[in-house]
Design a protein around this ligand. Structure first.
Ligand SMILES: C[S@@+](CC[C@H](N)C(=O)[O-])C[C@H]1O[C@@H](n2cnc3c(N)ncnc32)[C@H](O)[C@@H]1O
Length: 218
């Protein structure tokens, strides 16, 4: 279980492959389950913005599984943008755009309007206020009826979902007392404040969750 968790830094556990691509064992491992869970919930067409795409491995897998959509990857880290584009070129994914630099913790950020926003494994690495900015920016970026998907580890009812989660949270707060796991209830409240309605909750392997939201159509 603990092997699922990235190293407690924003740059996680990705390793170079030698051609610009980075590969993260966790991203390789969890991509198939994420694809299976998200395909039925994703819009059939339109632009999907991915925040914090990391290596680009989720982007390639999801763009392939959603041929009617146009996948727009992004990240804050220049070496991640290089990796994402290298994955796109190596795999020849036609419905994936060039990655863009995006700091999703800026208070005023927005992109789009897009049909969906996807975010994986970032909120627990951020202070609370930065996490609020990620969610409010995603909500601002959605077209009416658009959907926001958040994958990652969470706490719920004040409890961790496993001992490995509690250990990982402790290692995060030791490295930076302002960061750490967010409660499901916190995500629901922040999303509601941003005008989003809960759409679905999917239990994922290794005690992770997908929390899905929708911007009302009117
Ligand atoms: C743990 S990795 C997750 C990568 C990928 N989403 C996954 O699940 O495999 C966290 C990613 O967030 C990116 N990141 C960190 N701060 C960010 C910010 N303020 N805005 C956008 N991306 C950020 C990092 O560069 C890194 O690629």
């Amino acid at each position: 279980m603990t092997g699922e968790r990235p190293h407690p830094t924003l740059h996680s556990n990705a390793a170079p492959t030698g051609d610009g691509r980075l590969s993260a064992p966790s991203a390789t491992r969890n991509a198939p389950a994420i694809v299976k869970a998200l395909v039925p919930l994703m819009p059939a067409e339109g632009v999907v913005l991915e925040i914090a795409s990391g290596t680009g491995e989720h982007a390639v897998a999801l763009a392939r599984a959603l041929p009617g959509c146009i996948w727009q990857p992004s990240d804050i880290a220049p070496e991640r943008l290089v990796s994402i584009d290298a994955w796109r070129a190596a795999e020849g994914v036609a419905n994936m755009r060039v990655a863009i630099a995006l700091d999703a913790t800026r208070p005023d950020w927005a992109f789009g309007p897009v049909a969906a926003v996807y975010l994986s494994n970032l909120l627990h690495l951020l202070p609370t206020g930065a996490g609020e900015n990620v969610v409010s920016g995603a909500a601002r970026s959605l077209r009416p009826g658009g959907r926001f998907f958040i994958y990652g580890p969470f706490r719920e009812g004040g409890r961790f979902r496993s001992e490995g989660d509690a250990r990982f949270h402790d290692s995060l707060t030791r490295s930076d007392p302002e960061i750490g796991y967010k409660d499901v209830e916190w995500v629901l409240a922040v999303a509601a404040a941003a005008g989003l309605k809960p759409l679905a909750r999917v239990e994922m392997p290794a005690n992770n969750l997908i929390l899905a939201f929708e911007r009302p159509a009117t």
